[in-house]
Ligand binder design. Structure first.
Ligand SMILES: NC(=O)c1ccc[n+]([C@@H]2O[C@H](COP(=O)([O-])OP(=O)(O)OC[C@H]3O[C@@H](n4cnc5c(N)ncnc54)[C@H](O)[C@@H]3O)[C@@H](O)[C@H]2O)c1
Length: 330
């Protein structure tokens, strides 16, 4: 690979992935709309750090702005595109559903069109474990039915998978859908549990524990996530007949998850251990769209790359807490 275009580079995963690509000597064109879904200063800081690499070029614009996106493609002439920019978050889709339609459907459509006309050799697109909805057959395998999403977020991500498959079939365009499972780590997202729990506990404020703590998530450390994506890029575009590839298109879906769900209360206990203080827990019922458990079957990822995510939460939470204390001087 010579050049990558990555969308969502001011975001959590995109920032880490862009760094890994740049460190591997691969020039990166980053594209991000710097949306105010969470602290824009954190996004600016991430982009500024990437700006220190000579191989990084940034475009700060919305996916919905087709001309701006086309300009990024024109400048980069990428052979690989990793599309991570999206309106993320399960719960916010109840509050502001239109943001999901604009970013995830219209925005992703614009991106797919440009990737097609630019004849990108391999397009990798962020999807989510949320597409498994209320499935209770664990672990989740890529071939499990996913037609009954529980949130609009999941519905838009499933739609992107479906649009991608149609395009891969019609235009013979190679594509990989990355189903991420609760990614966490330094420079993480302020709307996610780990960030919120650490912030509140250090501030002496209560934490909201949904589902009365009776939930489990397949927490996946960000370095593992990035390593998996790098290896999938290295492996190259899917071709018919390979493991996990659709019978009708050069298209595959890959779970990128640790494969070891952790109970929410154990997660909280690990945070407390790291902070050296107790969190005041406010137990609340499960929210609409929350699922009881997520659990990745990561065997396809392992077959394709020889790699399985391996960082345990004890190590990952410690790294996050170190970063958080340093970054916010607390
Ligand atoms: N973090 C997780 O646990 C997780 C889990 C499953 C899936 N994902 C998916 O992975 C991808 C990256 O997630 P993340 O955690 O880094 O999220 P993030 O919110 O930190 O990053 C997304 C970035 O996209 C940008 N963006 C949003 N809408 C945009 C638009 N319309 N135009 C241009 N830029 C826009 C934002 O400014 C942000 O910087 C997303 O597609 C998300 O849905 C993340």
């Amino acid at each position: 690979m010579t050049v990558a275009l990555v969308t969502g580079t001011a975001g959590f995963i995109g920032f880490h992935l862009a760094q890994a690509l740049l460190r591997a000597g691969i020039p990166v064109t980053g594209f991000d709309g710097m949306t105010d879904y969470y602290d824009v200063a954190l996004k600016r800081h991430r982009h500024d750090i990437l700006g220190n690499f000579p191989g990084f070029t940034r475009h700060e614009a919305m996916l919905e702005d087709q001309e701006a996106l086309a300009a990024a493609f024109e400048q980069a002439k990428p052979d690989v595109v990793v599309h991570l920019a999206a309106q993320a978050g399960v719960r916010y889709s109840l509050e502001n559903p239109r943001a999901y339609l604009d970013a995830n459907l219209v925005g992703s459509f614009n991106l797919l069109e440009l990737a097609r006309t630019a004849e990108v050799k391999h397009l990798l697109v962020a999807s989510t474990s949320s597409v498994y909805g209320g499935n209770d057959v664990m672990p989740f395998t890529e071939s499990q039915p996913t037609h009954q999403p529980l949130t609009l977020y999941a519905a838009t991500k499933l739609s992107v998978e479906a649009m991608g498959h149609a395009q891969a079939h019609a235009w013979d365009q190679p594509m990989t859908m990355l189903r991420f499972f609760t990614v966490y780590g330094p420079w993480g997202r302020p709307d996610m549990a780990l960030f919120k729990f650490v912030r509140a506990t250090l501030a002496g404020e209560p934490i909201d524990v949904y589902g009365n703590g009776q939930m489990a998530r397949d927490f996946t450390y960000v370095d593992d996530t990035v390593r998996a994506v790098m290896l999938l890029i290295e492996r190259g575009a899917p071709t018919l007949g390979e493991p996990g590839v659709s019978p009708t298109a050069p298209f595959r879906v890959v779970n990128v998850g640790h494969g070891a769900p952790v109970q929410l209360l154990d997660f909280v206990a690990e945070i407390e251990r790291n902070l050296g203080r107790k969190a005041e827990r406010r137990y609340l019922p499960r929210q609409v769209g929350d699922v009881a458990c997520t659990h990745a079957d990561a065997s396809l990822l392992e077959t394709l790359t020889g790699f399985r995510p391996r960082v345990e939460v004890a190590e990952g939470i410690a790294a996050f807490v170190d970063w958080y204390r340093n970054y916010y001087s607390v």
